[in-house]
Write a new protein. Structure first.
Length: 248
């Protein structure tokens, strides 16, 4: 074991990585070092940190189911690239898109100390996606060496969890509107505020957007056309323009 890995490892040699898992090489670690979860952690400490976290990487095709538990161990996922949807399915098989995660965002942190996430939600790759998995137990408990960069990782995780809670509040804000038109406008307004422009790009397909708004695609498509005819919005595929009151 290298001195770098010894610096932050409390697993007593138990960090055996399964062959089918992909470990980040040094170049990949450096490429992802600017992600928010690694904020404030020196690049030279990342390999040791990821070793301590028993980390591994997996790639997924569009539509694949992502499991956070393996060998009875819970994990937190970090999206390295691509997009992941958090889906809730009711007893009749109807699906609701609760939220979605893009590059640098985490998922599965809610289920680290609870029953399997499969009892509540499913995580699906919405595109070709690559995910970094971190041991939940290793992530929330510092190792015996109490490394400063491990403490920083925990702080970063809590910051990302706070942002996830805001996303879920935004979902409630949008879907609680009284009419489908109001839901659409609330969603578009929210995206415009995030992108700081009335010209916005949506990451969701029409089907996914309808699922997020808790409606069907046909009804949403009709309402979008109506808003466009009224001069309130304009769009071409996933590019939208929100008109100001003066332009309407």
């Amino acid at each position: 074991m290298s001195e770098e890995m010894k610096a932050c490892c409390n697993c007593g040699g138990g960090c055996q990585i399964m062959e089918e898992r992909k470990k980040l090489n040094k170049e990949e670690v450096l490429r992802y070092s600017d992600m928010e979860i690694f904020k404030g952690i020196e690049k030279e400490n990342l390999n040791a940190l990821l070793y301590c976290m028993k980390s591994y990487v997996r790639s997924y095709k569009k539509g694949e189911l992502i499991h956070l538990e393996e060998n009875h161990e819970k994990h937190v996922g970090v999206v390295l690239f691509g997009s992941i949807h958090m889906i809730k399915t009711d007893v009749w098989g109807r699906e609701t898109l609760l939220t979605y995660m893009g590059e640098g965002e985490i998922f599965g942190e809610t289920f680290g100390n609870s029953a399997s996430e499969d009892e509540y939600v499913s995580f699906l790759s919405a595109t070709k996606t690559e995910v970094l998995f971190l041991s939940f137990e290793k992530a929330i408990h510092v190792c015996k060496n109490q490394c400063g960069f491990h403490f920083r990782l925990i702080e970063n995780l809590f910051d990302l969890i706070s942002k996830k809670n805001i996303q879920l509040m935004e979902k409630i804000e949008v879907t609680s509107r009284g009419s489908l038109r109001e839901k659409i406008l609330a969603y578009l307004s929210l995206q415009a505020q995030k992108q700081k422009s009335k010209y916005i790009e949506l990451s969701l397909s029409r089907t996914d957007m309808a699922q997020f708004l808790c409606t069907n695609r046909s009804a949403m498509t009709r309402e979008l056309a109506s808003l466009k005819d009224a001069g309130i919005i304009d769009f071409d595929r996933n590019t939208f323009i929100l008109k100001t009151q003066r332009e309407i």
